[in-house]
Design a protein around this ligand. Structure first.
Ligand code: NAD
Ligand code: UDX
Length: 457
């Protein structure tokens, strides 16, 4: 194998190819995209996505064995293996709208591969796709009676944003699903050999294609389900004076449950969880498994409920009106260490605050540009995008912390308190800060799943 092509240079394609290039210097890797701005950014040091450690890896390999290009069809003919890493958003139209995966980008790619390939090629699904999509791709690629032969593998990506490089360098597992035919198994082995350059062999799992596709959807559904489970209990904690941090600690110390993904907050965001669960629900309904679909649908419902509940608590505690009040938002990215705001809880929460006629001042260390795009349709006189947290809080009635950026822990909250309108409120949507200290400074502190610390009672 000599040349690898990756179609789709996004959050998955870019970092994944950079890490493969780093560990496999003998391979030539080209990452292509239809988005010219994105490719230009990958060719510069102002990369299109923010990910800790990414620039360093890109700089080590770019121009040596990793190349970024908009020439898709020109790079297909001599590729030995093609990763397909295009976006697969939720369908917004027609049958399955709001739930099924929109496969138009993906199918277009399959047809391009068929049209331009000149030799036998391994095609690897890197995008997260509904179960049995590889079979459909195989049908498209097999639709000619002569010409190159294709093997279609599923190799879903498990990286999380903000830790993409660490996850790629040291994955919990690499999953490769392939046909059980001799040619299929040969293709699986060729892909496994790439990963074995740096991933221990025992962490490379091979399955049939459908198990691999299903495992990806299931992994995201399980992780999201844990977040919704703890968030649902946070509502009960607020009603009963139990403390969700204590509850999740007690739960997590049970080794059968484990401590991760039990952090209560304003709900999960990100481009994957909601989309993949809706996709799973759609599949369940397609197969007539309505109870199973309803079970997973509730994970998404609880996530919306948690966001609505957060705003409701703000309104209630701030004397039942936010109209004309300045609210400083600390954090708009869907999680720390990323500029990504796709499906971020901040979007819904800020929209509701604007609806309540609040003046919303958004601060985020990396995501302000995306925040402005997400809220472009709202009345702009009610929105301010502020790169300095102290200026964002100045004259504010309340701070709502929505992203767990660690730098929010070390701000000078005494100074912030003094610059705010009194009584000053702080709503910690990630249970990130030291609430006793903030209360002592004078804040009325509301967090998730805990009794409020209020000077007003
Ligand atoms: P993305 O939107 O960041 O990137 C996809 C890229 O594909 C875009 O730059 C788009 O311009 C390009 N594209 C679309 N159609 C194309 C075509 N016909 N030819 C060439 N390029 C085309 O998406 P992403 O976050 O990288 O996700 C890609 C896939 O990986 C999705 O299926 C997603 O579910 C899955 N995934 C994402 C993550 C994550 O953390 N973001 C993690 C695991 C899996
Ligand atoms: C997720 C999966 O983790 C990853 O394996 C998959 O490849 C892509 O989708 P990502 O969305 O990047 O990754 O981030 P993740 O760390 O999973 O967090 C998702 C959301 O859940 C974030 O909004 C995060 O803040 C929230 N979360 C996570 C919680 O609210 N509590 C937790 O305990 C953990």
């Amino acid at each position: 194998m000599k040349k690898i092509l990756c179609i789709g240079a996004g959050y998955v394609g870019g970092p994944t190819m950079a890490v493969i290039a780093k560990h496999c210097p003998e391979l030539e890797i080209v990452c292509v995209d239809i988005n010219e701005d994105r490719i230009r950014a990958w060719q510069s040091d102002d990369l299109p996505i923010y990910e800790p450690g990414l620039l360093d890896v890109v700089q080590q390999v770019r121009g040596k064995n990793l190349f970024f290009s908009t020439d898709i069809v020109g790079n297909i003919p001599d590729a030995d293996l093609i990763f397909v890493s295009v976006n697969t958003p939720t369908k917004t139209f027609g049958q399955g709208a709001g739930r099924a995966a929109d496969l138009q980008y993906w199918e277009k790619t399959a047809r391009q591969i068929l049209q331009y390939s000149r030799s036998d090629t391994i095609v690897v699904e890197k995008s997260t796709l509904p179960v049995r999509t590889a079979e459909a791709m195989h049908r498209i690629l097999d639709s000619r009676s002569s010409g190159p032969k294709f093997e279609v593998l599923s190799n879903p990506e498990f990286l999380a944003e903000g830790t993409a490089i660490a996850d790629l360098e040291s994955p919990d597992r690499v999953l490769i699903g392939g046909p059980t035919t001799p040619a299929g198994q040969k293709a699986v082995e060729a892909l496994a050999a790439i990963y074995r350059h740096w991933v221990p062999a025992e962490k490379i799992l091979t399955t049939n294609v459908w198990s691999s596709e299903m495992s990806k959807l299931a992994a995201n559904a399980f992780l999201a389900q844990r977040v919704s489970s703890i968030n649902s209990l946070s509502a009960l904690c607020e009603a009963t004076d139990a403390d969700i941090t204590e509850v999740s600690r007690a739960l997590g110390m049970d080794r059968r449950i484990g401590g991760r993904f039990l952090q209560a907050g304003v709900g999960f965001g990100g481009s994957c969880f909601k989309k993949d669960i809706l996709n799973l629900v759609y599949l369940c309904e397609h197969y007539g498994l309505h109870e199973v679909g309803a079970y997973w649908q509730m994970v998404v419902e609880i996530n919306h409920y948690q966001q609505r509940r957060f705003v409701h608590r703000m309104i209630q505690s701030m004397f039942n009106t936010l109209a004309g009040k300045r609210i400083a938002i600390f954090g708009f990215a869907f999680k720390a260490h990323t500029s990504d705001t796709r499906e971020s809880p901040g979007i819904e929460i800020c929209r509701e605050l604007v609806e309540e006629h609040a003046q919303v001042v958004i601060h985020d260390p990396k995501a302000l540009e995306n925040a402005a795009k997400d809220l472009h349709d709202l009345p702009q006189k009610q929105l301010v995008f502020e790169s300095d947290p102290y200026r964002a809080a100045e004259g504010a009635h309340a701070i709502a912390l929505l992203t767990d950026w660690p730098q929010f822990q070390t701000l000078d909250y005494r100074r912030i308190f003094q610059s705010m309108v009194q009584p000053a409120f702080l709503f910690d949507g990630r249970n990130l800060l030291n609430h006793a200290d903030l209360f002592e400074i004078g804040f009325n502190v509301y967090s998730i799943g805990k009794r409020p610390l209020s000077h007003l009672d």
